[in-house]
Design a protein around this ligand. Sequence first.
Ligand SMILES: [Zn+2]
Ligand SMILES: [Zn+2]
Length: 254
Amino acid sequence: MRLKVLGAYGSADATHNLTGYVIDDRVAIDAGTLGSKLTLLQQSKIEVIFITHVHADHIRDLPTLIENRFHSEAAPLEIVAEKSVMEMLHADVFNGRIWPDFEKFPPPHGGKPAVHYRALAAGKRTVVNGMGFTAALVDHTIPTSGVIIEIEGQAIAFTGDTGPTNAIWKKVNKTPGMVAMISEASYPNDYATISRQSGHLTPELFGAELAKIEVDAPLYASHRKLPYERKIESEIRNIRDRRARILVEKQYTF
Ligand SMILES: [Zn+2]
Ligand SMILES: [Zn+2]
């Protein structure tokens, strides 16, 4: 599978972008950075988007992606999220104030609405467009769910924002064909307190998550807060586990 990392950071500036990933041009995970880095044609090819949680840095590009789809003739965009996350998307984002609920509007050229919502039960594998999606709740400050996505015998896991967590690694350890896991390291080691209070990992905690994983595949650290970028990266490099990697904004092939 091809993983396009459009945004690998927990903050942004002119050359670093918020969380957003695309697999095989058809599945997106989070929308901190999505439409702003994809052409209209590329946006129309996204079949499914999984949202880990509703924090602004993970949904920033979602409203405009949906509106572009409303004016395209593409099939409805499947918006997939764990049940409690989906409830927050409806209550806090698609509430007719922040943004309309485009499932309610017939598109201008006829056909089906621009979006279709699919709420997942945590821990249960659901097939969407031929791909397996297993949501697993993680430990952040608001309801947040990671996901394991299975496509043609390969699997990849995303934790989203999280502090120390367990359920997703138990699932990862039981999933065949794991090629990579994407987690986070938001603050350097000497910011352990703010990291714990905000439901994030430091490189030291990231290393402790690795110890829970029995799969021989790389674990990438994403969501680095830019003011600490260099420090976090050097601390990740010091982890004594060859699976520890730093996620950068490029295309990976697994
Ligand atoms: Zn975040
Ligand atoms: Zn968050």
